[in-house]
Write a protein that binds this ligand. Sequence first.
Ligand code: HEM
Length: 420
Amino acid sequence: MTGDFPSGSTIYFAEWIPVSLTYNYQTTIMFSTVLFSGLSIIGAIIYFIRYKYKKQLNIITSADQAREILKSDQYVRHISNAWLINTLSIVNPFTIHDKSLLKTFKNRVILILANWYKEDKYEELVFVIGKRIDYHIPLLQLNNRKLCLSKLVKQVTLDSFLTGVLNVNANDDLLTELPDLIIHLWKNRDDKKAQTRLKELFVNNNDQFTQSEIWQQIQTILSNHSSAISNMGINDFDEKISNPLNIIVPGWETMWRVVFYSLLELLRHPKLLEELSLQLNDQSTSSQNCLLLECIIKETLRLYPPTKNIYRTHIETGEEVRIDIQHIHHNKSAWGSDACTFRPDRFQEKLTDEQQKHYLPFSISCPARHKFAYIFAGAIITELIKYCPTFTIAEESMLPSTDKLLDVTRNSYNDLLILV
Ligand code: HEM
């Protein structure tokens, strides 16, 4: 590389430094330019390397590796979930790193959910769900007995969770606006207007929440762990521990999806829907002991896990991982060549060891995984089908053919209409 200097002499790059010592105006400019460019290039390289390693996620698709990470104390979730504190003001085991808080919170949820395994409580839950469906369908119904399935499922699931589980009778504003606000904030994390509206909805329902014994218990657990929460530099402590989303997000955000995708698959498989309706109309079969319904829910959770990805950060190295649950659930060597086909009867038989290893819709620790998720989703699906005897897709709406998987991106099938 060569360059012409004012002295008229041609010098080589390696000779610039001694030449620049002559300090005439142009050599100074040249020297500064080279120095500046050099530093910029080095800066850009450093930035690129840091960005690459900081942003690059290690994607985990092996079931063995996923389970190792989920069990390990070295990988934590609160770092990847920090945005939940800033956007939704959530303080719970998803965002606070504290073993005692996790254990107490989880055990309390296990006890609360176990309440509904008893026959009489289960019947009570089914009754409440039926009532909530009765309430929402006429409100959502358009002309010609049509209504938007996604709105119906989101509102009924939220209302049933609040009324049936938390014993909170929220007002219509909260029931109709909250689902879309949460989903909107998941994508638009800095939308301050939406955050303010979310808070307003809870303030307007404050009386209802303060009367709920279960909600009080959850808040007490959080206040008993105030030092763990403060240690994480969290401000507005009182406001955050009294945020109902601390329990609503884990319980509702996952639940509505499994109900919705189960119903979408039933709409695509009319024979299966007919068979299920027959079994559910038989007085001797309740949704709690209907094996076909359980298989449909399990297969939906396999094909469309509500938590598609689980994020973890290595506490020492800062390495970030994304466990691709959906990929693991679609693994052909575990599930066979029809791994991407909706076939609930695969759950009629005992799963092989490989399949059990490749089934992680609840990670390894969700308190609803043994029974409650099936009871609750099953009761909502049953009551909806019973309420809507002509449960079919309206002629102006469409679903992909059954040889394709349903779209799982947020807001998909948002405008799908059904006939009720
Ligand atoms: C179909 C329904 C559900 C699905 C698919 C589901 C899925 C999950 C998943 C994947 C995790 C682990 C997340 C992570 O490690 O980052 C989790 C944890 C948790 N879930 Fe669920 N969940 C469901 C229903 C519920 C319900 C109804 C509740 C409570 C009312 C609940 C409460 C929790 C809690 C407290 C945790 C944290 C427990 C721990 O990590 O030890 N979940 N759930």
